[in-house]
Design a protein around this ligand. Structure first.
Ligand code: CO8
Length: 255
């Protein structure tokens, strides 16, 4: 059976991680599949946003430890995983993760790479790598600290202890917490709302938001202004403003 189930409703593509026997551990095959699916979704105009979910009990238990156990340092040096993560990161449409249960190690790193995390009240976010004699290796130390700040990031990375959904909400890691049975539904609703907006404006906004985490304020402001200016050349910008003034819904075309 496929390790990722995919299902499109309207403009929202939902990808469900499906390796329950390994608690959705992200082996290379699953990550490759995810990268390829997102690349296809990138090209598909009918898809406006993507939701990645696990099941009601777990999102993903991290890298596949059985796969990792056999890898020595030379093999780790030549590991295709960094390229796979980079391909996933290049996805420029809105990417939402719907998280119930455990999002550990690489599973947590996948949520950190997404644009918005919607959590179930049973969600647990953690980077337990330290307990295995390793450390996060797919952005965990870099993205977590930018998301939750120094105090909690150090605590989570050095202790390996996960945090619960409410703490993740307070820390600004997740955008919303819902009863676990409704997490996916809320994530899909939000994705559908987002996916109605002009695709080029969404892409530009996502690029600018990412820049905010990577550059200084002045450079970020400059890039924001450049992207804002570029959008003035789009048909959708004319349509969006005209629709508002004419008191009708906008019909965006992605141009
Ligand atoms: N990898 C492989 N198999 C796993 C993993 C995993 N990460 N997690 C669980 N499994 C397997 C178990 O081995 C077990 O298999 P089997 O039935 O064959 O014995 C099955 O899933 C069920 O596991 P449990 O009985 O433990 O299930 P529970 O529901 O009781 O517990 C937990 C679920 C809490 C998720 C528990 O399984 C757990 O703690 N898992 C390990 C979590 C972990 O340490 N994750 C970090 C992994 S390291 C990492 O992600 C580093 C990323 C760096 C990437 C660098 C790229 C360049």
């Amino acid at each position: 059976m496929s390790e990722i189930l995919s299902h499109q409703i309207g403009r929202v593509l939902t990808l469900t991680l499906n390796r329950p026997q390994a608690r959705n551990a992200l082996n290379n095959e699953l990550l490759t599949n995810l990268a390829e699916t997102l690349e296809a979704a990138q090209q598909e105009q009918s898809i406006g946003a993507v939701v990645v979910a696990g099941n009601e009990r777990f999102f993903a238990a991290g890298a596949d430890l059985k796969e990792m156990a056999s890898r020595d340092m030379p093999a780790t040096l030549n590991d295709p995983r960094p390229q796979l993560w980079a391909r996933i990161e290049r996805f420029s449409k809105p990417l939402i993760t719907a998280v119930n249960g455990y999002a550990l190690g690489a599973g947590c790193e996948l949520t950190l790479l997404s644009d918005i995390i919607i959590a179930g009240d049973n969600a647990r976010f953690g980077l337990p790598e330290i307990t295995l004699g390793i450390m996060p290796g797919a952005g965990g130390t870099q993205r977590l600290i930018r998301s939750v700040g120094k105090a909690l990031a150090y605590r989570m990375v050095l202790s390996g202890e996960p945090i619960e959904a409410q703490q993740a909400l307070q820390a600004g890691l997740v955008a919303e917490v819902h009863p676990a049975a409704l997490t996916l539904e809320y994530a899909q609703k939000l994705a559908a709302q987002i996916a109605c907006h002009a695709p080029l404006a969404l892409q530009a906004a996502k690029t600018a938001l990412r820049q905010a985490q990577e550059t200084g304020l002045n450079q970020g402001l400059l890039q924001e202004r450049q992207l804002f200016t570029l959008l003035a050349a789009t048909e959708d910008r004319q349509e969006g403003i005209a629709a508002f003034l004419e008191k009708r819904p906008a019909a965006f075309k992605g141009r």
